[in-house]
Design a protein around this ligand. Structure first.
Ligand SMILES: [Zn+2]
Length: 158
């Protein structure tokens, strides 16, 4: 068994949450560092919490040359939520929820005869556009991942 990468959540500006003024916004600057379990070399920083990475899970440290488990998994090994998350990143979900909220609000604000669930449906579809525009990226990664997974299976079977 390979040792797993060390995960550290960093939120260095959280102290500014207690101060007045614009620097308060710095509390939203946070990231997750992933370190080699042998020498502590940082090999990746993620600015979204809990990002899903596709890969074989094996990585050789650039610093000390040791093989370790970097936490990435291939598509067939992922849980359903992780698969969904790859196609709907938090930003896309945020945009979609914004559009949905606006559409639902319009039901209450608009005149009664203009109430229409069709509008709600249309606006929510428009809100999904960023996710659809983004989808070729995870789709390509998914196809590569499945190929890698199959190649590994064939190799192990031999
Ligand atoms: Zn190392």
């Amino acid at each position: 068994m390979l040792r797993r990468a060390i995960r550290e959540d960093r939120n260095p500006f959280s102290i500014f949450g207690f101060t007045p003024g614009f620097q308060r916004l710095l509390i939203f600057v946070r990231w997750t560092s992933y370190k080699c379990p042998h020498c502590g070399h940082v090999f990746r920083r993620d600015f979204w919490p809990g990002s899903v990475r596709l890969g074989s899970g094996q990585r050789t440290c650039q610093e000390c040359g040791t093989l370790f488990d970097d936490g990435s998994r291939e598509w067939p090994e992922l849980a359903f939520e992780s698969k969904l998350r790859l196609f709907l990143p938090p930003l896309a979900i945020g945009i979609w929820c914004g559009f949905l909220a606006a559409a639902v609000a319009s039901l209450y604000i608009g005149p009664r005869d203009e109430h229409s669930w069709g509008v709600v449906f249309f606006v929510s579809a428009v809100g999904l556009m960023p996710a659809i525009a983004w989808s070729p990226v995870p789709l390509t990664r998914m196809i590569y991942s499945i190929h890698r997974y199959k190649a590994r299976g064939d190799r192990d079977a031999r």
